[in-house]
Design a protein around this ligand. Sequence first.
Ligand code: NAP
Ligand code: F7E
Length: 326
Amino acid sequence: MKRALITGITGQDGLYLGELLAEKGYEVHGLVRSASGERYDAVVDAVPSATLHVADLTDPMSLLRSLDTAQPDEVYNLGGISFVGSSWEHASAIADVTGKGALNLLDAIRLHVGDDMERIRFYQASSSEMFGKAQEVPQHERTAFWPRSPYGVSKTFGHFMTINYRESYGLYASSGILFNHESPRRGPEFVTRKISRAVARISLGLEDSLSMGNLDARRDWGFAGDFVRAMWLILQQPVADDYIIATGQTHAVRDFLDLAFAAVGIDDWGRYVHVDPRFLRPTEGEQLVGDTTKAREVLGWAPTVSFEELVAMMVESDLAAEKKGL
Ligand code: NAP
Ligand code: F7E
């Protein structure tokens, strides 16, 4: 039985990946920052067989202890502060957790495995935010990075540290450069979930307005369940490498609004939605769209959920949740 250790198991991707690995027969271990609370309970519900270890990416000893206890074959580093919108307000904290946290984990792995570098395969959750002001459209694995947010800069640090540990020490260290992926488990601060929740609440008469930022921003949005499958495939390859994971299609925020409101029978959403400058960002990622040729050809990976299906799935889920609460 293979053992996997997932940092960030309480997050959107951590929950889907934990489920996937448990289904595949893995012994799943996860890092949590606290051994109680709603997010802890969500992991227990989704992956009841998982063993959870209290640790923090900013605390190297806690990482080493968890590795020594779990003895994993595969480590998936999904932990970190992941919300771009607030990253300008706590740039230093995001550098510590999302950037240096990856280095802490790589160092803990190096100490844990000693001379036997082949004992562990490491996956780093890299991001399309590293492309920021895109130097090329669409972006592929060799496209130069130009991160435009403290989050993107921190992820770029983690990405290059991953490559550096592969090249310097021969660690099997791979990264998935993932474009936006969403689901009913997405945090409520991200634009897709913010919209699906608000649409559900507006349609039930629980709210009558939605304050938004840049409605013309475009993203390459896929379904998180598809994307965690790619993470697993990446670690099953004979040689460590980096892969773009995306759908290859972009949509504007207003396209998401169109479909989400249409799903509850509202066509004139303009009367509910207001642009509030508080949600505009100092800089935006531009023309972010992934070229997945390598993922398709090497991993045999392709997304299975369309943009339309994703929006419908998220609105339906929020409608059901809101109705339950009535
Ligand atoms: P998420 O839902 O925000 O989950 C983040 C996870 O990180 C949570 O489990 C959180 O735990 C944990 N965490 C936060 N601070 C930590 C710390 N100091 N030490 C240890 N763990 C900590 O993110 P996600 O959407 O699942 O994304 C997973 C990873 O992929 C993240 O690294 C994200 O930056 C990256 N990524 C995401 C996307 C996307 O579109 N979703 C795209 C590219 C890359 P708590 O419950 O304790 O807060
Ligand atoms: O914004 C625009 C916003 O916060 C998407 C993270 O998972 O993906 C995610 O980062 C777009 C941006 O995600 C609102 O300006 C308009 O252009 O959902 P988001 P993100 O910043 O793209 C990348 C790949 C990651 O790695 C990150 O971890 O939507 N937008 N109005 C808005 N965004 C938000 N949040 N709220 C609004 O009201």
